[in-house]
Design a protein around this ligand. Sequence first.
Ligand SMILES: Nc1ncnc2c1ncn2[C@@H]1O[C@H](COP(=O)(O)OP(=O)(O)O)[C@@H](O)[C@H]1O
Ligand SMILES: [Mg+2]
Length: 295
Amino acid sequence: MSPDIPDQVRKTVMADGNECWLDELPGVVDSLAQEWSLTIGSSLAGGHAALVVEVTLADGTPAVLKIGVPGRDLGHEAMVLRLANGGGCAKLLGEDVGRQALLLERLGAPMYDIVADPSNRHDLLCEVAVRMWRPIGPDIGLPTGAELAEQYAHRLPELWEQAGRPCSPATVADALNCMNRRRLAHDDRSSVLVHGDIHEMNALQASDGSYKLIDPAGLRAEPACDLGTIVRCNPGLDDDLWARTERLASRTRVDATAIWEWGTIHRVVSGVYACSIGFQPFGDLLLAEADRLTA
Ligand SMILES: Nc1ncnc2c1ncn2[C@@H]1O[C@H](COP(=O)(O)OP(=O)(O)O)[C@@H](O)[C@H]1O
Ligand SMILES: [Mg+2]
């Protein structure tokens, strides 16, 4: 049975001129289903750069099959999930890097749909992050937090121009300062496995009621990098972001200034990027918040 391709995935593939991938997909799904003895179910919406399909293993275990669109390399995601080994993340049940395919533990609804109170969600995201973090050595081939900060510093000014200068120059300068400080603060000895995009739609409920993360970007970085994305969550909530930062710091014993600086980095980069692709109102809300903080 060939799965439906969600509109958003189809759009990404067509926009990149890769229609032939859509034609080949049913054959790829069929051959993976044979190799891994899977029964194919329905597609899941919500992704944009991968087809995600519910599947069932031969022994009845529910799982999902994720196949990246052309140009999407799932190698880092596979590496992160292998290293985490089910701790705080969906368990990796199989991988076929050549076909950009991952077989993952099937999880349930996103935290966003289950937990109504935003500060409870931030606490739960913090808990799941702690479960995922673990020391990893410099031999692990994931980008470092320093490399991410450097790459962002290189791209932000240009992206800001391209997006039509959607926030104040002071906000860009503030973000660049934070990138510089976090780049210099990187230390291989205290770096851990970092998810890189922790938010309430990337934390899904597991069968035991706990939450597990999906869709890791994968970094070797300071834990503050992951807590910074939690500070970026829910722009427009109007809570005191410094209080949110201190709460995350006290729950994890991570330095509040480092969390705050990563929060600034993620807020401004995501805001400018979201504005550049018209992902609204998220982009405008993030940058309004950023401009308020730098005013
Ligand atoms: N392990 C999983 N269990 C259940 N649903 C999942 C799982 N992984 C992904 N999904 C669903 O598929 C959607 C897209 O997956 P995601 O990994 O975020 O794709 P993308 O890399 O394209 O963003 C998610 O928002 C979620 O609804
Ligand atoms: Mg995703």
